[in-house]
Design a protein around this ligand. Sequence first.
Ligand code: ZN
Length: 389
Amino acid sequence: MSLTFEINSRSGKARTGRLLTPYAVIETPVFMPVGTVGSVKGVPQDTLEELGAQIILGNTYHLYLRPGVDTVRKLGGLHGFMAWRRAILTDSGGFQVFSLNELRKVSEEGVTFRSHLDGSSHFFSPESAMEAQIGLGADIIMAFDECTEYPADQARMRASMEMTARWAARSKKYFEGHKEGVPWRAASEIPTLAAEGAARMGHPGSGDSTQSLFGIVQGGMDRALRKESAERTIEIGFPGYAIGGLSVGEPRELTREIVESTLEHLPADQPRYLMGVGTPEEIVEYASLGVDMMDCVLPTRAARHGLLFTSEGKVSIKQARYAQDAGPLDPNCGCRVCKRYSRAYLRHLYASNEVLAQVLNTIHNLSFYLDTMRRVRHSISLGEESRSF
Ligand SMILES: [Zn+2]
């Protein structure tokens, strides 16, 4: 066993649960901060722990290019390399290959692409994407999929969905044959926090614990293709399922419609992961629809641009109106930034292009997202109507 999912309470379609991996016990629904290159930009790991981040995401594409999978593997996988003793999820690299590479070439075998760093040529296939993710050693890894562009016509959406299904089968086959290669270190390095997960799942490094591979549902913006993709992915069989290929430029109402209809076709007793969404309001809404896991670059990326999410709405801290504002960024936020600094100071740091502006802004935004999810879990556990989150 490498993954267990328990549902503890339900309210409407929403549910709270616990996801146990070898490295962690994760309360769901969970928001996963994005740590693209093995770093949640601007935030040290101990601060992430203090904020209550239970699981973070790493991007295979970026880590594969730099520092390289071999380097990370030799240093104990991502957990050892970045000194993070909680859970990690890596994506398959597919999304970045499709979003960062205009010169990519897709074939049945895989995708040839050029590095955005130095222009060198590389190739990802379901097999090599699994090999890379096994070397990186995250708790949860993702099948290699093709993210269908938007808009796309019916024939294109179908062909892409079918290739993703074939790639999912190849991903699973390679993973099953090679999963013992995960570079996890000895059980003695597991902190008390993760002891329960480790006891139930087998300690990392003990030989009986492995990573878990999730399947990804594609199918563009077509509900019937999404249903077929879900069925074909479930037939291959994974311990969890993701909904991919959304937030690619479609209207938000369409995103919601596809999420809601796709969820109906996913197993109710397994974790459901919605990839790459959304605003604070959206993550609340998706949790109310029954999504268990979400990730998004928005809180960290927006923070670096001075856009802050608060209980009173969005704040663009660069605005002159905050130049002499002695109040906290968000009077209802208990994070270390809101407890200590004024809007005027944060505005000054941003205007002066200080590194500290990015650090403090990111800490607040992540705190706001993680607190939002905490409140959502609490509401669901009380059985409150989903709209009252
Ligand atoms: Zn705050």
